[in-house]
Ligand binder design. Structure first.
Ligand code: NAD
Length: 291
């Protein structure tokens, strides 16, 4: 069994970006600028946004964090996004999800200009991705592809089972894995909450991407010997032995599944860091496209 070490692979990507950004700065060119919007004080969202801002500093990007109270009016939030859309210094805009209930995710996502949509959630980018056109690819699935590429995991002709059909993870990763590319060229099945034979489907898979958001739902009896297992899940479960009061659990029962795998991602330290590295790559490309 070998570990798909997301921390290491993400560091390699960030190191490359750091050099490229420094080179741009030396040439007097603009450095990438990511603007992040955080509404409310959700603990997990705070952590994710802080990691993204920190990664920007590491690679030499400029970042702006706009924080708003949970009670912000939808119109005000949309106005703030429009301002960023028109700000020529801003290359990428991300709005940390989830948003408070009175604000529709879809409306907010559609307000971000597709050319600054470094999270790749805008319908224009989703449509381009489906058609194989250049697009901002959502950071988590993009990060998974970068991880497979980094470790040269063979995907061509393999059977991949994706658990989860969200626009953020399940659907885009199923498109990327099935696309005519390397990594890619998989035969893909998407499973979801209504799938009847999840265990059988998983057991026949060469590659499993688990993103149901249900801790340890993938157990050893669902995984065949030699499978590649990508665990996207991050759920905070209470743990009184931790200072924070919680620990992170993946969607895969790591202890029992790992010994059967050819490759597996740990949680934490797998897909999480790759998501941030992919976001940095998207922001860098956005800057290149515009400047
Ligand atoms: P989501 O809730 O939007 O989607 C979950 C999907 O799983 C749904 O499509 C649902 O149909 C399916 N599902 C739920 N229970 C199932 C079951 N028992 N069997 C089969 N399918 C089932 O979640 P999401 O936004 O796609 O995120 C999924 C997980 O990935 C969460 O734990 C989330 O925290 C994590 N995540 C991690 C990263 C990262 O950077 N590592 C990024 C995004 C999401």
């Amino acid at each position: 069994m070998q570990i798909l070490d997301g921390k290491k692979a993400a560091q390699a990507i960030k190191d490359e970006l750091k050099i490229a950004v420094a080179q741009r700065a030396n040439e007097g060119k603009k450095v990438p600028h990511l603007a992040a919007i955080l509404v409310g004080t959700n603990g997990a969202s705070e952590t994710y946004v802080a990691s993204k801002v920190k990664a920007c500093a590491e690679v030499g990007f400029k970042s702006t964090l706009l924080r708003f109270d949970e009670s912000i009016y939808k119109t005000r939030l949309l106005d703030e996004i429009e301002k960023l859309n028109y700000d020529p210094d801003v290359d990428g805009i991300l709005v940390q999800l989830p948003l408070p209930k009175h604000i529709s995710n879809d409306e907010v996502i559609k307000t971000i200009h597709p050319d600054k949509d470094v999270d790749g959630f805008h319908p224009v980018n989703a449509g381009k991705l489906i058609q194989g056109l250049p697009a901002f690819v959502p950071a988590t699935p993009y990060g998974i592809m970068l991880l497979l590429e980094h470790y040269k995991v063979e995907t061509d002709g393999k059977y991949a089972v994706v658990i989860g059909r969200s626009n953020i993870v399940g659907r885009p990763i199923s498109i990327l894995l099935s696309s005519n590319s390397n990594p890619g060229n998989c035969t893909v099945t998407i499973c979801h909450s209504h799938t009847k034979n999840l265990k059988e489907l998983c057991f026949s898979a060469d590659i499993i991407v688990a993103a149901p958001g249900k801790p340890e739902i993938v157990t050893a009896d669902m995984v065949r010997e030699g499978a590649v297992v990508i665990d996207v899940g991050i759920t905070r479960v209470p743990d009184t032995t931790k200072k924070s009061g919680f620990r992170l659990k993946g969607d895969v029962q790591y202890e029992t599944v790992a010994p059967k795998c050819s490759w597996i991602t740990p949680v934490p330290g797998g897909v999480g860091p790759m998501t941030i590295a992919a976001l940095m790559k998207n922001t860098f490309h956005s800057c290149l496209m515009k400047n």
